[in-house]
Ligand binder design. Sequence first.
Ligand SMILES: [Zn+2]
Length: 229
Amino acid sequence: MAQQVVSGDALVRAYPDYLKTSDEKQIVWNDGTRMPLSDGKPDKSFDEKLKNASLLDQLSLPYPIGKPDHVPGADEDPGRFRNQAFFDKMYGDCDKHETQKRLVKVPWFGGFVEVTTINGVADKLRAVAAEIDRLPAALKRYAYPSAGAFACRTVKDTGKRSMHAYGAALDINTKYSDYWLWGKGAYHNRIPWEIVEIFERHGFIWGGKWGHFDTMHFEYRPEYFDARQ
Ligand SMILES: [Zn+2]
Protein backbone atom coordinates (compact mmCIF):
# COMPACT_ATOMS: atom_id res chain seq x y z
CA MET A 1 0.00 0.00 0.00
CA ALA A 2 2.69 2.51 1.00
CA GLN A 3 4.29 3.93 -2.06
CA GLN A 4 8.07 4.31 -1.74
CA VAL A 5 9.02 7.92 -2.29
CA VAL A 6 12.71 8.24 -3.00
CA SER A 7 13.21 11.98 -3.08
CA GLY A 8 12.02 15.15 -1.46
CA ASP A 9 10.87 16.66 -4.75
CA ALA A 10 7.22 16.68 -3.67
CA LEU A 11 8.25 18.79 -0.68
CA VAL A 12 10.28 21.19 -2.82
CA ARG A 13 7.35 21.69 -5.19
CA ALA A 14 4.89 22.07 -2.31
CA TYR A 15 6.90 24.61 -0.31
CA PRO A 16 8.70 26.79 -2.88
CA ASP A 17 8.99 29.77 -0.53
CA TYR A 18 11.28 27.75 1.73
CA LEU A 19 12.84 24.86 -0.17
CA LYS A 20 15.30 25.11 -3.02
CA THR A 21 16.09 21.58 -4.13
CA SER A 22 16.37 17.94 -3.13
CA ASP A 23 18.07 14.74 -4.11
CA GLU A 24 17.68 11.15 -2.94
CA LYS A 25 19.41 11.95 0.35
CA GLN A 26 18.32 15.40 1.50
CA ILE A 27 16.34 18.56 1.00
CA VAL A 28 18.05 21.95 0.75
CA TRP A 29 16.34 25.04 2.10
CA ASN A 30 16.62 28.46 0.47
CA ASP A 31 18.84 29.56 3.37
CA GLY A 32 21.25 26.69 2.64
CA THR A 33 20.14 24.42 5.50
CA ARG A 34 20.27 20.74 4.59
CA MET A 35 17.97 18.18 6.14
CA PRO A 36 18.36 14.43 5.59
CA LEU A 37 15.36 12.56 4.18
CA SER A 38 16.11 9.39 6.10
CA ASP A 39 16.98 8.94 9.76
CA GLY A 40 18.69 5.64 8.96
CA LYS A 41 15.97 3.63 10.70
CA PRO A 42 13.94 1.84 8.01
CA ASP A 43 12.30 -0.65 10.38
CA LYS A 44 10.42 1.69 12.67
CA SER A 45 6.98 0.66 13.93
CA PHE A 46 3.88 2.70 13.11
CA ASP A 47 4.01 4.17 16.60
CA GLU A 48 7.67 5.14 16.28
CA LYS A 49 6.91 6.87 12.98
CA LEU A 50 4.09 8.83 14.65
CA LYS A 51 6.41 9.97 17.40
CA ASN A 52 9.62 10.43 15.41
CA ALA A 53 8.98 10.73 11.70
CA SER A 54 11.79 11.27 9.24
CA LEU A 55 10.98 13.23 6.09
CA LEU A 56 10.74 9.92 4.23
CA ASP A 57 8.26 8.63 6.81
CA GLN A 58 6.31 11.86 6.35
CA LEU A 59 5.94 11.11 2.64
CA SER A 60 5.48 7.36 2.99
CA LEU A 61 1.67 7.14 3.17
CA PRO A 62 -0.09 8.53 0.10
CA TYR A 63 -3.14 10.67 0.82
CA PRO A 64 -6.16 9.50 -1.22
CA ILE A 65 -7.32 12.70 -2.95
CA GLY A 66 -11.02 12.87 -3.84
CA LYS A 67 -14.27 11.41 -2.59
CA PRO A 68 -13.55 8.56 -0.15
CA ASP A 69 -14.33 5.11 -1.54
CA HIS A 70 -13.53 3.16 1.60
CA VAL A 71 -13.32 3.44 5.37
CA PRO A 72 -9.67 4.02 6.27
CA GLY A 73 -7.84 1.03 7.71
CA ALA A 74 -6.60 1.16 11.31
CA ASP A 75 -3.12 2.41 10.42
CA GLU A 76 -4.09 4.36 7.33
CA ASP A 77 -3.15 7.81 8.62
CA PRO A 78 -1.74 9.78 5.67
CA GLY A 79 -0.40 13.05 7.04
CA ARG A 80 -0.02 12.04 10.69
CA PHE A 81 3.69 11.29 10.30
CA ARG A 82 5.16 14.77 10.67
CA ASN A 83 8.82 15.66 10.91
CA GLN A 84 8.83 18.20 13.70
CA ALA A 85 12.18 19.79 12.79
CA PHE A 86 10.87 20.45 9.29
CA PHE A 87 7.69 22.18 10.44
CA ASP A 88 9.42 24.01 13.32
CA LYS A 89 11.86 25.52 10.85
CA MET A 90 9.11 26.50 8.42
CA TYR A 91 6.41 27.81 10.76
CA GLY A 92 8.40 28.51 13.91
CA ASP A 93 8.45 27.15 17.45
CA CYS A 94 5.35 28.38 19.27
CA ASP A 95 6.95 27.71 22.65
CA LYS A 96 9.54 30.35 21.70
CA HIS A 97 6.80 32.63 20.42
CA GLU A 98 8.09 32.42 16.83
CA THR A 99 4.92 31.10 15.17
CA GLN A 100 2.79 33.79 16.78
CA LYS A 101 4.59 36.58 14.88
CA ARG A 102 3.16 35.37 11.58
CA LEU A 103 -0.45 34.80 12.65
CA VAL A 104 -3.42 36.77 11.32
CA LYS A 105 -7.12 36.62 11.99
CA VAL A 106 -9.21 35.29 9.12
CA PRO A 107 -13.00 35.80 9.20
CA TRP A 108 -14.82 32.49 9.60
CA PHE A 109 -18.64 32.71 9.36
CA GLY A 110 -19.30 35.42 11.93
CA GLY A 111 -16.16 34.70 13.96
CA PHE A 112 -12.42 34.68 13.40
CA VAL A 113 -9.75 32.03 13.24
CA GLU A 114 -6.04 32.63 13.81
CA VAL A 115 -3.76 31.12 11.17
CA THR A 116 -0.31 31.67 9.72
CA THR A 117 0.47 33.79 6.67
CA ILE A 118 3.39 31.46 5.86
CA ASN A 119 2.93 29.52 2.59
CA GLY A 120 -0.16 31.66 1.94
CA VAL A 121 -2.20 29.59 4.42
CA ALA A 122 -4.32 32.57 5.54
CA ASP A 123 -5.20 33.52 1.95
CA LYS A 124 -6.02 29.91 1.13
CA LEU A 125 -8.32 29.70 4.10
CA ARG A 126 -10.06 32.92 3.00
CA ALA A 127 -10.67 31.26 -0.37
CA VAL A 128 -12.00 28.11 1.36
CA ALA A 129 -14.41 30.24 3.44
CA ALA A 130 -15.66 32.08 0.35
CA GLU A 131 -16.39 28.79 -1.43
CA ILE A 132 -18.06 27.16 1.56
CA ASP A 133 -20.21 30.27 1.87
CA ARG A 134 -21.63 29.54 -1.58
CA LEU A 135 -22.82 26.06 -0.51
CA PRO A 136 -26.48 25.56 0.48
CA ALA A 137 -27.19 26.41 4.15
CA ALA A 138 -27.85 22.74 4.97
CA LEU A 139 -24.26 21.91 3.98
CA LYS A 140 -22.31 24.93 5.15
CA ARG A 141 -23.59 24.71 8.73
CA TYR A 142 -21.13 21.85 9.25
CA ALA A 143 -18.22 24.28 8.86
CA TYR A 144 -18.93 26.70 11.69
CA PRO A 145 -18.43 27.81 14.33
CA SER A 146 -14.79 26.79 14.12
CA ALA A 147 -13.55 24.78 17.06
CA GLY A 148 -10.19 26.55 16.71
CA ALA A 149 -7.15 27.04 14.53
CA PHE A 150 -3.86 28.16 16.10
CA ALA A 151 -3.16 26.51 19.45
CA CYS A 152 0.33 25.95 20.85
CA ARG A 153 -0.21 22.30 21.69
CA THR A 154 0.79 18.74 20.97
CA VAL A 155 -1.19 15.81 19.57
CA LYS A 156 -2.76 13.73 22.37
CA ASP A 157 -1.48 10.30 21.42
CA THR A 158 1.97 11.28 20.09
CA GLY A 159 3.20 14.15 22.25
CA LYS A 160 4.44 15.83 19.07
CA ARG A 161 3.47 19.29 17.90
CA SER A 162 0.10 19.43 16.14
CA MET A 163 -0.32 21.41 12.92
CA HIS A 164 -2.48 23.67 15.09
CA ALA A 165 0.76 24.72 16.83
CA TYR A 166 1.97 26.07 13.47
CA GLY A 167 -1.23 27.96 12.67
CA ALA A 168 -1.73 25.68 9.67
CA ALA A 169 -4.77 23.66 10.84
CA LEU A 170 -8.43 24.37 11.44
CA ASP A 171 -11.19 22.48 13.23
CA ILE A 172 -14.74 22.99 12.00
CA ASN A 173 -18.02 22.50 13.91
CA THR A 174 -17.50 20.07 16.81
CA LYS A 175 -21.23 19.35 16.97
CA TYR A 176 -21.07 17.29 13.78
CA SER A 177 -17.62 15.86 14.35
CA ASP A 178 -16.30 12.44 15.19
CA TYR A 179 -12.93 11.70 16.76
CA TRP A 180 -11.38 8.31 17.34
CA LEU A 181 -10.53 9.13 20.96
CA TRP A 182 -14.14 10.10 21.80
CA GLY A 183 -15.95 7.03 20.58
CA LYS A 184 -15.57 3.30 20.80
CA GLY A 185 -13.18 3.15 17.91
CA ALA A 186 -15.47 2.44 14.96
CA TYR A 187 -15.08 4.87 12.10
CA HIS A 188 -17.86 7.42 11.81
CA ASN A 189 -18.27 10.61 9.77
CA ARG A 190 -21.00 13.21 9.31
CA ILE A 191 -19.03 15.93 7.48
CA PRO A 192 -20.36 16.32 3.91
CA TRP A 193 -17.98 15.66 1.04
CA GLU A 194 -18.77 19.08 -0.48
CA ILE A 195 -16.88 20.77 2.38
CA VAL A 196 -13.94 18.38 2.29
CA GLU A 197 -13.61 18.81 -1.46
CA ILE A 198 -13.17 22.58 -1.11
CA PHE A 199 -10.42 22.21 1.51
CA GLU A 200 -8.60 19.61 -0.59
CA ARG A 201 -8.62 21.87 -3.63
CA HIS A 202 -6.73 24.47 -1.59
CA GLY A 203 -4.09 22.03 -0.29
CA PHE A 204 -5.64 20.97 3.02
CA ILE A 205 -5.85 17.32 3.99
CA TRP A 206 -8.78 16.01 6.06
CA GLY A 207 -8.61 14.03 9.31
CA GLY A 208 -11.67 12.08 8.14
CA LYS A 209 -9.37 10.06 5.88
CA TRP A 210 -7.43 8.69 8.82
CA GLY A 211 -7.93 5.38 10.59
CA HIS A 212 -7.37 7.50 13.71
CA PHE A 213 -10.15 9.73 12.43
CA ASP A 214 -10.67 13.37 13.40
CA THR A 215 -13.42 14.55 11.08
CA MET A 216 -13.45 18.22 12.12
CA HIS A 217 -9.74 18.58 11.36
CA PHE A 218 -8.09 20.06 8.26
CA GLU A 219 -4.41 20.94 7.87
CA TYR A 220 -2.37 22.54 5.12
CA ARG A 221 -0.19 19.79 3.60
CA PRO A 222 0.30 20.60 -0.08
CA GLU A 223 2.94 17.87 -0.49
CA TYR A 224 0.09 15.32 -0.68
CA PHE A 225 -1.47 16.97 -3.72
CA ASP A 226 1.66 16.75 -5.83
CA ALA A 227 0.54 15.51 -9.23
CA ARG A 228 3.88 13.87 -9.92
CA GLN A 229 4.04 11.90 -6.68
ZN1 LIG B 1 -7.60 19.78 14.62
